[in-house]
Ligand binder design. Structure first.
Ligand SMILES: [Zn+2]
Length: 374
């Protein structure tokens, strides 16, 4: 499985840098005490598997679940940040990165680079000081909402808070621009998206979003939105989750979720106050049921279709990867975890992308935008 990447390496005598815009591993590290410095039998990401798959750098998502709110959300973010920083401090072959140069230096040493992005703007509890503090602790993007909207930004999945940015929300975007923290528009409502693009003075990212023209999920980006991000100089990390890649699969998945809802509730009851762990357990349970019921999961080619569509609409300089590893229950067949990334590199080559374009999609575009954050 390592061969296609090895081939790429040989072609240009420079290490290929792969950057993943969004992985959900920190909850496992904090709530599940998972030591990802060693190879684990489950999940999608640990340091040995990052190295095996050629995953140079990943934005570890400081995801604050919507069960956290005023008085608890920020503390939750700090706990997740501490868990990620502890990994970077103690694992001999992982290092914290906050710049593109940090990532390249880590790659040159054969280390993996650990970046951080906060997911869910409610984490700042309506405080620009807390936003400043997150930046100081090494956070380099913030996804303005998760599936829940907040007091100042609407979410694509929250009908009660589906509007745009409030005046304070625009202040948040401006402060992020001033700090050099990337504004992430994954998850946000269409009107928040429009308000962000009208406000930001720096390139934005969609850290983990796919294409709505190919799959109608409201979490995905329309062609107009893709073009707006291209004009803005930003980048879209295409999400690997088959639910975001294919409408037929999404319908089957939703039906399965309806049937399994009581089982999910009993799993949640076993993990009080640990939504990340409960979610991870639910994902495992659901994945096993998908297998049992022989529901056909979209393949790697479908993921490449989304990448290719984004390239056609935006140009090759604006497309990247945002796997959502460890936050999703199933991957495009036959991917199984971070070690499967060479399959994706090979699939891009097989579609006719040249080495330079493959490098851009795998990591260089993300590094360019990280450098342009301020
Ligand atoms: Zn997400």
């Amino acid at each position: 499985m390592g061969l296609p990447l090895a081939l790429l390496l040989m072609l240009q005598h420079q290490p290929v840098i792969i950057v993943d815009g969004h992985i959900d591993t920190p909850q496992r590290m904090l709530d599940g005490k998972a030591d990802i410095s060693v190879r684990l039998p489950d999940g999608h990401v640990d340091v040995p598997r990052m190295k095996e798959g050629g995953l140079t750098a990943a934005f570890f998502s400081i995801w604050v679940d919507n069960t956290y709110g005023a008085g608890t959300a920020y503390r939750r973010a700090l706990a997740l940040i501490a868990a990620v920083r502890a990994l970077a401090d103690t694992a001999p072959d992982a290092e914290l990165a906050t710049t593109a140069d940090d990532v390249r230096r880590a790659a040159a040493r054969g280390h993996v680079a650990v970046l951080m992005g906060v997911e869910g703007g409610h984490a700042i509890e309506n405080s620009l000081d807390k936003l400043d503090d997150l930046y100081a602790r090494g956070v380099r993007y913030m996804t303005l909402t998760w599936n829940n909207g907040n007091d100042w930004a609407g979410s694509s999945m929250d009908p009660a808070r589906a509007g745009g940015l409030s005046p304070f929300g625009r202040d948040v975007v401006r402060r992020m621009n001033a700090l050099g923290m990337l504004v992430d528009v994954s998850h946000v409502s269409d009107s928040t998206f429009a308000d962000v693009l009208a406000t930001t003075t720096r390139p934005v990212i969609a850290s983990h979003s796919s294409c709505r023209a190919l799959a109608a999920h409201p979490r995905n980006l329309t062609d107009d939105q893709l073009r707006a991000i291209a004009r803005n100089g930003g980048v879209v990390g295409i999400n690997f989750f088959p639910v975001f890649l294919d409408d037929h699969f999404r319908a089957q998945y939703a039906e399965l979720n309806r049937r399994l809802a009581p089982r999910f509730d009993s799993i949640r009851a076993r993990y009080p106050g640990q939504p990340g762990l409960a979610g991870f357990e639910i994902d495992r349970f659901r994945a096993a049921r998908l297998m049992e019921q022989r529901i056909v999961v979209p393949g790697l080619d479908r993921l490449v279709d989304h990448i290719e569509h984004a390239v056609q609409v935006m140009g090759v300089d604006h497309v990247a990867l945002g796997s959502d590893f460890d936050g999703i229950s199933v991957l495009p067949v036959p991917m199984k975890d971070a070690t499967s990334l060479p399959l994706l590199a090979a699939a891009l080559k097989a579609r006719g992308y040249g080495d330079s374009d493959v490098r851009k999609i795998l990591g260089e575009n993300f590094l360019r935008v990280l450098s342009a954050a301020r």
